[in-house]
Design a protein. Structure first.
Length: 109
């Protein structure tokens, strides 16, 4: 019975980490800067730029990138770069969690 409960907690933790890893790249847009990558082409995102904006004029506010008209006309989401961001963030969080648990267990003994 105890093994089943531990497995559910492990799955819940992994799912939570995955959800956070999927959301953080989109939140990073609000803190990262546009980078000119070509003629009137800008990229944004962190750690890897995955959202491309095609226009000579930048939007006044970054949240405008999420509006339907702006997204369908001027924005390109590079899925492979977004997934790479998710994997990098997921692995970073998992390494931090495992290190924290190891340090916590070694200090308590």
């Amino acid at each position: 019975m105890r093994a089943r409960k531990d497995k559910r907690e492990l799955n819940k933790s992994a799912v939570t980490t995955l959800i956070i890893s999927m959301a953080l790249p989109f939140f990073s847009i609000s803190i990262s800067n546009f980078k000119l990558v070509g003629d009137s082409t800008y990229a944004i995102g962190f750690p890897i730029r995955f959202l491309y904006y095609f226009s000579e004029n930048l939007p006044r506010q970054k949240y405008q990138l999420y509006t339907w008209d702006m997204f369908t006309q001027f924005v390109s989401l590079r899925g492979h770069l977004y997934l790479l961001n998710v994997v990098l963030i997921y692995l970073t969080i998992e390494i931090i969690k495992k290190t924290y648990i190891k340090l916590k267990n070694s200090s308590s003994t």
